[in-house]
Design a protein around this ligand. Structure first.
Ligand code: NAI
Length: 252
């Protein structure tokens, strides 16, 4: 049987590592051509090579998602290369620092909001313009369980991820009749470099994190990617404006 996304084009931001790389590879496995976007050139090129190893075409575009002109160029390059954008996974994000709200450094607050929240808005703005011309598409934004509940010491991250849920719902309503479905995923603790930075490579802390999860382990990037693929597929044709927790039961 032919892979379901043959002839389709997927764009993934933050695709040089972690969840974004797993998502890019999952789109490639489903037969889509993949546009890999990231600020990390080396990691991005590696993701492209891994996608191509799955017999599909892929390109890397260096893009800082917090910069309007770079996002505009990213979409232009994607369309120039592959003619369209059927699926977009707006996933690039940073964790910021751990500090109580009154001590949170303003420049880090601004950076977290710029990359995590403004970046999603900018990406959607240019993706949706393209999707309107094509007559449809599907977008998935990476929020977090921190987009649905609070967490101490990471107020900027929590605010940015709640913002992503809000802008996803607003965009879904605005474009529901234009054939564009827009959803958010809310991962729990997923074992990526982000978590290793958070636990500073301490295996005991990592084990504690895993033990604290209802399911008794951390999630894998591939488990999040599976949810992204489902949301983009026709099987989710009546799903828009939703927030899907992929969290091993954390928010249950
Ligand atoms: P990661 O740190 O492994 O990957 C993030 C990627 O985003 C990196 O390749 C990085 O270079 C890229 N990036 C950072 N700033 C960028 C910018 N300005 N423009 C373009 N690319 C940029 O992290 P991970 O875990 O794969 O995270 C991916 C997304 O999932 C993030 O939005 C994160 O907040 C979210 N998330 C992660 C969870 C986890 O437990 N790992 C849980 C919930 C959400």
């Amino acid at each position: 049987m032919e892979p379901p996304f043959i002839g389709k084009v997927a764009l993934v931001t933050g695709a040089a590592a972690g969840i974004g790389r797993a998502s890019a590879l999952a789109f490639a496995r489903e037969g889509a051509k993949v546009v890999v976007a990231d600020v990390n050139v080396e990691g991005g090129e590696e993701t492209v090579a891994l996608c191509r190893a799955q017999n599909t075409d892929a390109i890397f575009v260096r893009c800082d998602v917090s910069q309007n002109s770079e996002v505009e160029q990213l979409i232009a390059k994607a369309v120039d290369m592959f003619g369209r954008i059927d699926f977009a996974h707006n996933n690039a994000g940073i964790e910021g620092v751990q500090a109580m709200l009154v001590d949170y450094p303003e420049e880090v607050w601004d950076r977290v909001i710029d990359i995590n929240l403004k970046g999603v808005w900018l990406c959607m703005k240019h993706e949706i313009r393209q999707m309107l011309q094509q007559g449809g598409g599907a977008i998935v934004n990476t929020s977090s369980v921190a987009g649905l509940s609070g967490s101490r010491g990471v107020s900027a991250y929590v605010a940015s991820k709640h913002g992503i849920v809000g802008v996803t719902k607003a965009a879904a309503l605005e474009y529901a009749r234009s054939g564009i479905r827009i959803n958010a995923i809310c991962p729990g603790t997923i074992h990526t470099a982000m978590i290793d930075r958070f636990t500073q490579g301490d295996p005991q802390l990592l084990a504690q994190f895993a033990e604290g999860e209802p399911i008794g382990r951390l999630g894998s990037p591939e488990e999040v990617a599976n949810a992204v693929i489902w949301l983009c597929s026709d099987k989710a044709s009546f799903v828009t404006g939703a927030t899907l927790a992929v969290d091993g039961g954390r928010l249950a």
